[in-house]
Design a protein around this ligand. Structure first.
Ligand code: ADP
Ligand code: MG
Length: 728
């Protein structure tokens, strides 16, 4: 019965690291398959090159006639690198990337053919859009959608295909992807932050959001993974007893990387280099077979594209190495889950990181301005931030005790807390010369020094300041970073606009000096946003209680969390910034709820199947062995047989109890599903799945896991945790 399991184990144990060719220097490989600036200079006319650059800087559309020049140059380059096809590469709301390949090849009659790729094909493509999620947008508006080139993210070649990063929109202009709202949010934060940065430096004309993600993942041998229907279909284990040794010894974290894994990582890094993804850090994570990969940060839109591309490549490279990548936030119960920390900052075209303290008091006032405004934005929109990272899979991680809780809070460290406490005391109104000197020299002026030796680290905070950037830690490992980045940049944009309005009003109406006005507004923000700041243990129960007292939200389930996405406040925010209109926001809400429902529904079916088709039959088979044994004992010992078969009978009874609980649990779960499936309203249905179906997962699992402990290992059909996590 357990043959598949043992075969897979044997196969895994016999594997050797895959040899890879890795002779060339990384720096030489870097960006080789990217239509980068230097390549553009080589393959484009001066005019075409300039227009791409301009589009990059201002977001201005590229002229169609120029597009023809660009496509010609791009085609020449792509063909010279062996490409035969091109595709618009985009990120529909399914959570993965999409592409539809077309050949450059075209016939011109008389049995002749040429390579063709015109401006029109570069700029726009029409994939058959009907099977992508659209939340009703295409039903009520137009039936079709199209993809359009995003010139701010460079084209690249993967395999033999030229990939053109694109947005995906309906014919009526509504966003059907992750990238479109992100680009709009980045434009909003550019404008708002540039306006504020000009208080400090007139030369600033553009502000970019920067993002450095840290991707966590599990690597499991493909044979082991294939032996588990739950891993195959849901990307996580739905049952399995904890191994005798888990991660409690912490011997995996930062330990030496196993050789097969290292070969995989090197292969992957090579692919990343060719595609211009600047991966830099690799290491073991806390759990066995868990790893992390992090790049050097980049402009946020590009970083998002690179993360989406990376997740795709990781899976493809894994195939060559007989691995499966598990991106799920919680593939194994009781074992560390996976996140994707989003390190975020704002940086000017004059080369200044706005969240990095500078060398002069004025530069530090600038730092404080962006620092305090970000905290205020997070405070005002904590529920929306939580909504931006909500998913069925992240629900298993948030609030479990190794991940940030479902409460959003910011950690800034004791030194900066002191600074904010000082600023809170700033006089209401105009500042006296003494006060100004004191502030500039002893409070604001001291920031770089205190940050230099600021060793404060708090790994339990969901949104922590880490020296020169904020780190949004609650993001899940399967997430498309565009979602949290759209929200974060939008709320900061809105906040900075508000700030500028208030400061300008003080300057104009109260005749205040600029820095007096800034200090005054910051003081109010510091007071107002205090409740979002938390320096203690974010994983503790005490914090959950405290957070509740402070009025912070603690939305544990996705349907609960998503409510904030469609609140009137959110809709007004996105509308004001022109990030999304009501239709787009509501469509997204619906898509996310549907996705949630589907995930829980699928997992519920898989669990039912495994429990009934694998676990119960195995339990019965083993129970029959015991029964035969007891019968045999009876034959031998006759009247005394009970003395000899007491324990066997105990096990037989226990097995019966577990079988009963599992089978009746599944029946009840199926009934619950049937009932919930009848619900029309999608939100109500999602709540139904969350409250009425999902709770069965744990009880059914509990009894299956108990059986795993009782039943003969020889016949247990499912790869065990110990085997999944420790076989190399
Ligand atoms: P750690 O947080 O583990 O100490 P680092 O401070 O080096 O490590 O940063 C982790 C991630 O933060 C890296 O991906 C890095 O590129 C990114 N990062 C660093 N500075 C910035 C910034 N200004 N904006 C966005 N991301 C950044
Ligand atoms: Mg980190």
């Amino acid at each position: 019965m357990a043959t598949l399991r043992f075969q897979a184990l044997k196969e895994t144990l016999n594997r050797k690291p895959v040899e890879i060719e890795d002779k060339e220097r990384r720096s030489e490989l870097f960006g080789r398959n990217v239509f980068s600036e230097s390549v553009m200079r080589q393959f484009l006319t001066k005019e075409a090159y300039q227009s791409v650059k301009e589009a990059n800087f201002t977001g201005k559309k590229i002229d169609r006639t120029i597009a023809d020049h660009i496509s010609t140059g791009m085609k020449e380059w792509a063909i010279s690198k062996g490409a035969t096809h091109y595709t618009h590469w985009f990120q529909p709301l399914t959570g993965s990337t999409a592409e539809k390949h077309d050949a450059f090849f075209e016939t011109i009659g008389d049995g002749l053919a040429i390579e063709k790729f015109g401006g029109n094909q570069l700029v726009q493509q029409e994939p058959d859009a009907s099977s992508f999620p659209h939340g009703g947008i295409r039903n009520t508006f137009e039936a079709r959608g199209y993809t359009a080139w995003d010139p701010t993210s460079p084209a690249f070649i993967y395999g033999t295909t030229l990939c053109i990063p694109s947005v995906f929109v309906s014919y009526t202009g509504e966003a059907l992807d992750y990238k479109t709202p992100l680009l709009r949010a980045l434009q909003a934060v550019d404008q708002a932050a540039t306006d504020v940065a000009k208080y400090f430096d007139k030369n600033v004309s553009k502000v970019q959001a920067t993002l450095g993600w840290e991707q966590e993942y599990f690597l499991i041998d493909s044979a082991l993974a294939a032996s588990r229907p739950d891993i195959q279909l849901a990307g996580r284990t739905l049952l399995g007893h904890s191994p005798a040794k888990g991660q409690q010894l912490d011997d995996h974290y930062f330990g030496s990387i196993p050789s097969r894994v290292l070969a995989y990582m090197r292969d992957l890094e090579k692919e990343c280099m060719l595609l211009g993804i600047p991966v830099k850090t690799r290491h073991n994570e806390v759990a066995p077979n868990q790893f992390e990969l992090a790049p050097i940060f980049e402009e946020a839109n590009l970083a998002v594209d690179h993360n989406s591309l990376l997740m795709d490549i990781m899976q493809r490279v894994a195939e060559r190495h007989n691995f499966v990548v598990l991106f799920h936030e919680k593939p194994f119960a009781g074992i560390n889950g996976s996140g994707k920390h989003n390190n975020w900052s704002l940086s000017t075209d004059t080369g200044v990181n706005l969240l990095s303290p500078g060398t002069t008091p004025m530069k530090n006032l600038q730092f404080l301005t962006f620092f305090v405004n970000t905290i205020t934005a997070v405070y005002d929109n904590e529920e929306l931030l939580r909504a931006s990272i909500a998913s069925a899979s992240n629900d298993f991680r948030l609030g479990a005790n190794e991940a940030p809780p479902a409460v959003i809070s910011t950690f800034i460290g004791s030194q900066l807390t002191k600074v904010l406490d000082e600023l809170e005391k700033v006089t209401d109104g105009k500042l006296s010369p003494q006060e100004k000197t004191e502030l500039k020299l002893n409070v604001v002026g001291k920031i770089p020094e205190i940050l230099l030796d600021n060793t404060d680290r708090n790994r339990t905070s969901s949104f922590a300041f880490t020296g020169n950037k904020f780190e949004f830690r609650a993001v899940g490992s399967t997430a498309n970073c565009a979602q949290p980045m759209t929200v974060l940049n939008s709320i900061v944009a809105k906040q900075l606009k508000e700030f500028k309005k208030e400061v300008d009003a003080l300057i104009k109406d109260k005749k205040m000096k600029k820095d007096d006005a800034i200090f005054n507004v910051l003081r109010e923000y510091i007071k107002k946003s205090k409740n979002i700041r938390f320096e203690g243990d974010g994983y503790s129960e005490a914090w959950e209680k405290e957070a509740k007292k402070r009025g912070l939200s603690n939305n544990r389930s996705t349907p609960e969390a998503l409510k904030a996405l469609v609140s009137e406040k959110t809709i007004a925010l996105f509308k004001e910034l022109e990030v999304m209109n009501r239709v787009e926001v509501e469509a997204r809400h619906e898509i996310e709820l549907e996705e949630y429902i589907m995930r829980i529904q699928i997992e519920s079916r898989i669990l039912g199947d495994i429990a009934r088709n694998h676990v119960i039959p195995t339990a019965i088979a083993y129970q029959n062995i015991l029964i035969k044994n007891v019968k045999g004992l009876k034959q031998i010992f006759e009247a005394d047989f009970k003395d000899h078969s007491k324990e066997q009978i105990k096990i037989i009874t226990e097995i019966s109890t577990h079988i009963e609980k599992i089978n009746s649990g599944i029946t009840e779960m199926i009934d619950a599903r049937k009932k919930v499936n009848k619900v029309e309203d999608v939100e109500e249905k999602a709540f139904g799945y969350s409250k009425e179906v999902k709770p069965y997962f744990e009880t059914i699992r509990y009894h299956c896991d108990k059986l795993e402990l009782l039943i003969d290992d020889e016949i247990w059909p499912l790869m065990k945790y110990r085997e999944l996590l420790f076989t190399r």
